[in-house]
Design a protein around this ligand. Structure first.
Ligand code: ADP
Length: 610
């Protein structure tokens, strides 16, 4: 029983090498069925022709030998016959070259189409993912790796599979010819060739499993490479002299991996050599056998030439099959990663409603708790609050107290673990997600700095008005960006960032003004959320922004996270978060009167300014 399971295991491991060939074929088929058929047909032709060419070669030798030993009319007809074989062989060779060329062209075209198709598949999937997926290191790593070799790996696997099939066809054709010489020769050669093939498949499977296990080490290496070579890491790497330490870590990981690889390569080499000798021994045995058969007069010289040519073809077909199997594991690694990434189930964003029954009810949190995946400490613990349209809310609290998490839940980037959040009297999960997101304008602390022109950087706050210069300018004035943008070399058309030619890099505060303007761009939104929007902005600009903030957000709900009490105190309602819970809440005056945490912090900051 155990033995049977073991052998089943061995077989499935052996076949494991080919598991992803079907996946790759399906992707290629979906990319272009005609090209795949053309590739299959040309592969078939290229596989069958060598044996046929070799056998025509044998017939030619016989015809020449016949002409040598004859005179007169017989010699003439033998010459014509020999010439005919030359023509046939030339025809076959031309056909084969054409098929090979067509095959190469198909591959080249497919490679481009396939690269694009897979990248689009990866990006489409990325659009359906939730924020949590991007924060899940393992899954995110799959995305990155899937993108890296999208244009080469699947086609490479298909090409190798086709190569294998072609070689197999060649071998069958050769076997058919050899069979006429002796069925035992066919049997001998196949028995001698199979072990090498099985060993190759086994080692290829092992290399696959070893490499798959290693993804964490690989990820660390890639991360180190990134820190050492990217612009945003380089400042600290230089000043803190981290270069040598990181490089050493990189090398250490390599050495550990290398040790394991070396052992695999060694074993593979030794086995390959041993089994290769057996196969070659059988080959030369058959070679001698054919020679003796010719001497004994059992076959003609032409047949002998043909069989020897077939042997050579057969041997090179075996060698090239082994090479294909050998390289397959890397393509399999890629495809297993791609499949896992694409097949990962993402829960549907289920809601379909576009409005709530009580627009005046605003936002309600009822006993909301939230745990990040894999964490057993709540990031929000039993939070309840209520904000109505026209009200402003400020959230205060130490780093890590749960402020940003609250915003992520409100914007449905995450779903609460317990409790309920509703907008206009309708639970968030019943809202159509696009409608919900259109109702909210938000800038996060770590807002995006798009490498686009300034105008677009602001305009994308409202994709319907992306190109509307008027709207962009109005938003820029509200966010205090207008003034410095006008001084840029090409005004609103100035390219930002360092990726592109003539890109202009902004200061932290300037970027923040751009982001703030982007939030103001969303003037249809009912809720405006600013997560530490002014941390890098100078005090005067901040004062200017908030001086007319109330008027900018009239009839809307505004939520501000800030450490500056000059900003916070303007809010109608303030909550103080501590360790995931609401500790205090009320208006600025109420909280001062309460004399708790808020009052202490406020006084501390006020003293700092005296
Ligand atoms: P704040 O905005 O108040 O500084 P956050 O809401 O960002 O705090 O974080 C609250 C807590 O949740 C912190 O303890 C933090 O470590 C944890 N946390 C934040 N983001 C994640 C995340 N993506 N995965 C796991 N834990 C997180």
């Amino acid at each position: 029983m155990t033995k049977k399971t073991n052998s089943n295991d061995a077989v499935s491991r052996f076949l494991g090498v080919f598991r992803y060939s079907a996946v790759a074929m399906r992707i290629v088929w979906d990319t272009s069925a005609p090209l795949m058929i053309a590739m299959a047909l040309t592969t078939l032709i290229v596989g069958l022709l060598p044996a046929a060419i070799a056998s025509v070669g044998g017939l030619f030798v016989d015809a020449v030998a016949g002409a040598l030993g004859s005179t007169g009319v017989t010699a003439d007809s033998a010459k014509t016959e020999a010439l005919t074989f030359v023509y046939i062989e030339v025809g076959l060779v031309l056909l084969m070259t054409a098929a090979q060329q067509a095959n190469t062209v198909c591959q080249a075209v497919l490679r481009v189409l396939l690269g694009n198709k897979i990248n689009v598949m990866i990006l489409e999937k990325a659009l359906t993912l939730e924020l949590a997926h991007f924060e899940d290191a393992e899954y995110y790593d799959k995305l990155v790796r899937a993108r890296r070799e999208a244009s080469s790996r699947p086609l490479s696997l298909v090409t190798k599979t086709f190569d294998l099939i072609r070689n197999l066809i060649s071998l069958i054709a050769i076997g058919a010819f050899l069979f006429q010489f002796s069925p035992y020769a066919v049997l001998l050669l196949s028995i001698a060739g199979v072990p090498a093939f099985i060993a190759e498949a086994k080692f290829s499977g092992e290399a696959f499993r070893v490499n798959k296990r290693r993804s964490a080490e690989r990820r660390m290496q890639i991360y180190l490479e990134m820190v050492l070579t990217r612009e945003d890491g380089v400042k600290e790497v230089k000043l803190l002299q981290l270069g040598k330490i990181f490089l050493q870590r990189y090398i250490d990981i390599f050495l550990a991996i290398y040790k394991e690889d070396r052992s695999l390569v060694l074993r593979r080499g030794i086995w390959g050599y041993g089994l290769g000798i057996i196969a070659s021994g059988a080959f030369y045995f058959a070679y001698g056998w054919v020679g003796f058969a010719a001497i004994a007069g059992a076959i003609t010289i032409g047949q002998m030439t043909m069989y020897i040519a077939q042997f050579r073809l057969g041997q090179s077909a075996v060698t090239s099959s082994l090479t294909s199997v050998n390289g397959m594991y890397e393509d399999n690694l890629y495809l297993s990663n791609l499949t896992e990434y694409l097949e990962h189930e993402v829960p549907e964003q289920s809601g379909s409603l576009h409005a709530g029954p009580m627009p005046e009810d605003g936002i309600r949190f009822e006993n909301v708790s939230f745990f990040y995946p894999g964490s057993d400490v709540p990031a929000l613990d039993n939070v309840s609050l209520h904000i109505t349209p026209g009200e402003s809310l400020a959230i205060v609290g130490e780093n890590g107290s749960g402020k940003t998490t609250l915003i992520k839940l409100l914007t449905r980037l995450y779903t609460p673990t317990h409790g309920k959040i509703s907008l206009e009297g309708l639970p968030l999960e019943e809202w159509d997600i696009d409608t919900l997101r259109r109702k909210i304008g938000v800038i996060f602390q770590d807002f995006a700095r798009y490498q686009l022109i300034v105008g677009e950087n602001i305009g994308i706050g409202d994709s319907d008005n992306l190109d509307s210069e008027k709207e962009i300018e109005i938003a820029a004035k509200k966010g205090m960006a207008d003034e410095f943008v006008r001084d840029l070399p090409s005004g609103y058309k100035t390219q930002l960032g360092t990726w592109f030619k003539d890109g202009k890099e902004l200061s932290g505060g300037q970027w923040q003004k751009v982001a703030l303007s982007r939030a103001f761009m969303r003037n249809q939104a009912d809720i405006l959320i600013l997560d530490e929007p002014t941390a890098a902005i100078d005090a005067k600009a901040e004062a200017d922004i908030f001086a007319h903030f109330a008027e900018l957000t009239a009839n809307r709900i505004s939520i501000i996270i800030s450490h500056r009490f000059s900003t916070v105190r303007r809010a109608d309602h303030i909550i103080v978060l501590e360790k995931a819970r609401i500790m205090e809440q009320g208006s600025h005056e109420e909280l001062l009167e309460l004399g708790g945490q808020y009052a202490t912090l406020f006084k501390l900051q006020a003293e700092g300014y005296q």
